[in-house]
Design a protein around this ligand. Structure first.
Ligand code: ADP
Length: 583
């Protein structure tokens, strides 16, 4: 827990100078506050001493001192609080941005296994916790610690008998807090798990709202969410009850301590062992200390409640991307587009290889079609090319350079990917196109859109290029989404292109438009296409036939059909029949 707290404070490092200044100022402030009770006691003693005629000049000096201290603490206190707030807010946003960047660099395999809803929740709540702890650190925690180290020894010096009561009170607080922390630690981390589950589930359902509606699943989904909420509450309620017990017990012991100080003080005063002023000072000390103790319990409670959340946050931050730039990796540029797979084998986890002993060469400008049943390893093979994963054996080269020796960003800069399900941001069409080329002019975008057969539908909308496409482009049809992502690839103009053809059947017009768009985008690039259409396979200069992770045949369409092997069979089943049927 302490390690976690230190790490939280460590995140203030980029503003270390300001943070240290604030911390020291806080300690000074906390120390200055002890002056008040001491002065109070002295005032009382001055008033009660003598024979009814207090020493006026001494009294005036004391009151002036008191006023000075009070004004000083108020002014400094406000300044420190203001700067602490600003610092905490600023750091929170920077840490959030760092987390966001880190999460984006994590490989697809990580994102495949971790829901975006969970990552978002961890980001928002984690930075919220950090912010709360920083604010608390500057406002209360430091002052609390100072109190213990100054107040207790000071009170011991002033009157050790009364002081014992305060020490006993501290012991009670510490004991209770530790006990309850131990009792509820496990439950609290369960609560956090449930919160993550809740975020994941809610965002998953919202992301699939069309499915929810079409299967009339609103009730079922709400019920599912309620189940998670019930589990969350089942873990949360006992934790709350335990801390309520702490609250009752600590408050009760506070009242008892105050009463005991008065009783013991009166008795000591009778014995001549304590002055009235000392008793008054002690009462103030006790109030201050109790205030701090309660603050500390709240702080411990807070760290404790937030700990699982922070652990989750740090766990994501500590995930090291499996695929990183090698030390000294250079940029890949001026690519001609010769791609070679040399005995490439890759498996996800410990399972049977998804692809095995892949060997092939694609010459610059060639169109290579990958065909085969689903699950045969076609997408995996191409994901290896842009390093979504690295193969366990073998090597992939671009223009003779092993792709592990070049910077990932520069490799991906040379490869365009058109996904089966045209992936789009919830931004304007122009913004989505500029993903391919950030500085593209409207003219360039229009040209690309024309070549991708997308200009017509873009200009049909009243906002044209400024029209928003909705979350994941849901305001467009499947064919439109695809043509937009083809236009995006044309703008990027990469020497190597990966195309995952849509499997869904399109109407004849859209199909024609799409084929024309594809012809445009493939021109002059080494293209790998996961082919589902006869027309595409026919256009390919080479066909790789995949079966269970291996390439079982290669050749041109005619060669393979004449061979009468796997491809010929596949072509009959997969390509020829449906296409002939629709003709
Ligand atoms: P294809 O593109 O030919 O349909 P894939 O490359 O998608 O085939 O899949 C090859 C094999 O790898 C399949 O058995 C599939 O279940 C498995 N696979 C694909 N993606 C993943 C993944 N992200 N994690 C684990 N296994 C996967």
């Amino acid at each position: 827990m302490l390690g976690l707290y230190i790490r939280v404070l460590g995140l203030l490092k980029p503003n270390a100078a300001l943070a240290w200044t604030l911390a020291l100022a806080n300690i000074a402030l906390a120390a200055a506050q002890f002056a008040e009770p001491v002065l109070f006691g002295k005032v009382v003693d001055t008033l009660t001493r003598g024979d009814g005629r207090p020493d006026a000049s001494r009294l005036a000096t004391l009151l002036l001192l008191w006023l000075g201290f009070a004004l000083f603490t108020i002014l400094c206190g406000t300044l420190v609080a203001l700067y602490a707030d600003k610092l905490a807010h600023r750091r929170r946003q920077s840490v959030l941005a760092e987390y966001f960047e880190h999460v984006l660099t994590l490989p697809l395999s990580y994102h495949g296994a971790t829901h975006s809803g969970r990552l978002l929740k961890v980001m928002l709540q984690g930075t919220d916790s950090l912010w709360g702890l920083w604010i608390g650190f500057f406002r209360d925690h430091l002052a609390g610690f100072v109190s213990f180290f100054v107040l207790l020894p000071l009170s011991l010096v002033m009157n050790w008998r009364l002081s014992l009561l305060l020490i006993a009170l501290c012991a009670v607080f510490a004991g209770l807090t530790t006990f309850v922390m131990r009792k509820t630690e496990h439950l609290q981390s369960l609560v956090e798990d449930r919160y993550s589950e809740l975020a994941e589930r809610a965002s998953d359902t919202l992301g699939n709202v069309a499915l929810v509606h079409s299967f009339a699943r609103i009730d079922a989904e709400v019920r599912g969410l309620r189940t998670v909420i019930d589990k969350l509450l089942a873990a949360q309620i006992p934790v709350l009850s335990w801390w309520a017990v702490v609250s009752v017990l600590t408050r009760a012991s506070t009242t008892l301590t105050i009463l005991a100080i008065i009783a013991l003080g009166a008795w000591l005063n009778g014995q001549g062992l304590a002055t009235i002023g000392e008793i008054v000072t002690f009462m103030s000390f006790a109030t201050l200390l109790i205030d701090r103790l309660q603050g500390t319990v709240n702080f411990v409670n807070r760290v404790f409640m937030e700990a699982p959340r922070l652990r989750e946050f740090f766990a994501v931050l500590d995930t090291v991307p499996a695929i990183r730039d090698k030390r000294g990796a250079r940029a890949l540029s001026h690519v001609r587009g010769r791609v070679e797979f040399r005995d490439v084998t890759f498996h996800y986890d410990d399972r049977r290889p998804a692809v095995e002993h892949l060997n092939f060469i694609a010459e610059p400008g060639e169109v290579v079609a990958l065909v085969g049943p689903t699950g045969a390893g076609k997408s995996t093979a191409l994901a290896l090319l842009y390093r979504a994963f690295d193969p366990q054996h073998g090597a992939i080269t671009v223009d003779g350079t092993d792709i592990r020796d070049v910077r990932i960003a520069s490799l991906r800069g040379q490869i365009g990917v058109v996904f089966q399900e045209g992936l789009l941001f919830n931004r304007s069409i122009a913004d989505n196109l500029r993903v391919g080329k950030p500085d593209a002019t409207l003219d360039e975008m229009r040209q690309a859109a024309t070549r991708a057969q997308a200009l017509d539908f873009i200009e049909r909308a009243p906002d044209g290029f400024e029209a928003r496409v909705g979350e994941r482009g849901r305001q467009l049809s499947g064919g439109e989404r695809q043509r937009l992502s083809i236009a995006r690839a044309i703008l990027k103009n990469p020497p190597i292109l990966i195309l995952d053809e849509a499997t869904s059947a399109l109407d004849a017009t859209t199909e024609t438009l799409l084929m024309a768009a594809l012809d445009e985008v493939m021109k002059g690039r080494t293209t790998f296409v996961i082919a589902h259409r006869l027309a595409t396979v026919r256009r390919a200069s080479r066909i790789l036939v995949f079966e269970q992770g291996r390439i079982v045949e290669t050749g041109t369409f005619d060669q393979l059909v004449n061979r009468g092997g796997t491809f010929a069979e596949l072509a009959r089943a997969q390509f020829l029949t449906p296409v002939l049927g629709t003709n």
